[in-house]
Design a protein around this ligand. Structure first.
Ligand SMILES: Cc1ncc(COP(=O)(O)O)c(C=O)c1O
Length: 402
């Protein structure tokens, strides 16, 4: 029996500068016209940015309290054995991955890794290959570096997504691809790629001298019984696979801006280390350490709660939006729903649901390509919020079509 945590608790985030509350206008709507939300801010249901409405583990909060009470917050490094061995033990116990801790580097989140590593790995005139739909920062990172972005559409078979290996092989051969960015598990579809899928993809990349960044930031959040395999664990001798993991999504610590990056290639790692001072925010390091050392039970309970949120949402949609195509994803707290039966291709779904339902969510156009008519819902919130969000989404669609 694990400890009991209260994931049903509604927590007011007002006054905490939460991006979820204060950042949505810029992030979701930018220059878009027509924003006219009829709900007061406190009544909006926020299912967009990928953080949680849950309190993190009490073990983490207690470690932070202790660390704060110490009162000294000077320059701090992660290279001491304690943190590194906690993270290495986490990956060994959960994923049977014995990572080489000499290859671990310090990063202020995964996004900065994408921005820098594209620059390091792309040869002159080289390009970056991603699959779509995609987490938008894969594109932003390529654009920032002025590196061509090559896209391969995932194949959608009634909500089950697979990679198009023939297309990937063709694009690697014809577009001078230097780097493939793999999202594993996949945001937004929630796929956990199976070993044979990973091998097909990786063999194509390695045969053609293509680096892979495996963005595994969502890997700890899986449905009960799902097994996740880090890509690098399947290729222990390759130095072309860079792994990104973090406690940020897993433990709702994204504001601490802290990620673990494993760079086996010596040249790339030395370059990274010469570009970045190995200095941490002491509270970030404390939280990450406590997460890996004492977070298993909280994570287990949180994942079980999410499992139930997904069952609830799936059952609800089957009854109230019978033409919505969705499945319970193997991983992530994100639900990817095909609403194309209800909307014209060009409808801005982010705007529609903000205005008509007071629900903040991300529509397909926020996922680079191959996602018209989809919405992504963040289900890492109390069930009562999931229920209210779904109710409003369904009511808004049903009002439109009646
Ligand atoms: C696939 C993926 N990578 C990276 C990030 C962000 O990483 P970080 O906050 O560590 O920069 C997210 C956040 O949503 C994500 O979904």
């Amino acid at each position: 029996m694990g400890m009991k945590y209260d994931f049903d608790k509604i927590i007011d985030r007002t006054g905490t500068h939460a991006m979820s509350l204060e950042g949505y206008e810029d992030y979701l709507f930018g220059e878009t016209e027509g924003l006219d939300i009829k709900y007061p801010p406190e009544d909006m249901i926020r299912m967009w940015v990928a953080d949680m409405e849950f309190e993190t583990s009490v073990a983490i909060v207690n470690s932070l309290r202790q660390r704060i009470d110490h009162g000294i917050f000077g320059y701090t490094q992660r290279k001491g054995a304690a943190y590194i061995s906690a993270f290495a033990q986490w990956t060994k116990e959960r994923y049977d991955w014995s990572l080489n801790t000499d290859h671990l580097v310090s990063a202020k989140g995964v996004i900065p890794v994408l921005y820098k590593l594209i620059n390091y790995t792309c040869k002159p005139h080289g390009s970056v290959l991603i699959t779509t739909p995609s987490y938008a920062f894969f594109k932003h990172a390529a654009d920032y570096n002025k590196v061509p972005l090559i896209k391969s559409d995932l194949i959608n078979n009634r909500g089950h997504y697979t990679m198009d290996y023939e297309d990937i092989a063709y694009k690697i051969a014809h577009h001078n691809v230097s780097l493939f960015i793999l999202c594993h598990p996949h945001n937004p579809t929630g796929r956990v790629w199976m070993e044979d899928e990973l091998k097909k993809l990786t063999d194509l990349c390695l045969e053609n001298d293509v680096f892979i960044i495996a963005d595994e930031i969502h890997c700890d959040i899986v449905r009960n019984g799902v097994r996740f395999r880090p890509l690098a664990s399947l290729y222990p001798d390759s130095d072309k696979i860079i792994t990104c993991m973090a406690p940020s999504k897993t433990f709702n610590l994204a504001g601490f801006m802290f990620a673990n990056v494993v760079i086996p290639n010596n040249t790339l790692r030395e370059r990274w280390n010469s570009d970045h001072l190995p200095i941490e925010n002491p509270l970030s390091l404390t939280a990450a350490h406590a997460a890996y050392a004492a977070g298993h039970d909280w994570l287990h309970q949180m994942n079980l709660y999410l499992d139930k949120n997904f069952v609830f949402a799936s059952d609800y949609l089957k009854v109230h939006l019978p033409q919505a195509i969705h499945s319970i994803p193997a991983a992530t707290y994100l639900m990817w729903i095909d609403l194309s039966a209800y909307f014209q291709k060009e409808e801005n779904l982010t705007l529609f649901f903000a205005n008509k339902a007071g629900v903040l969510l991300e529509g397909g156009d926020m996922f680079v390509d191959n996602a018209d008519g989809f919405i992504r819902l963040n289900l890492a919130c109390p069930r009562s919020k999931v229920e209210e969000g779904l109710k409003r989404i369904c009511a808004a669609i049903n009002a439109k079509s009646s």
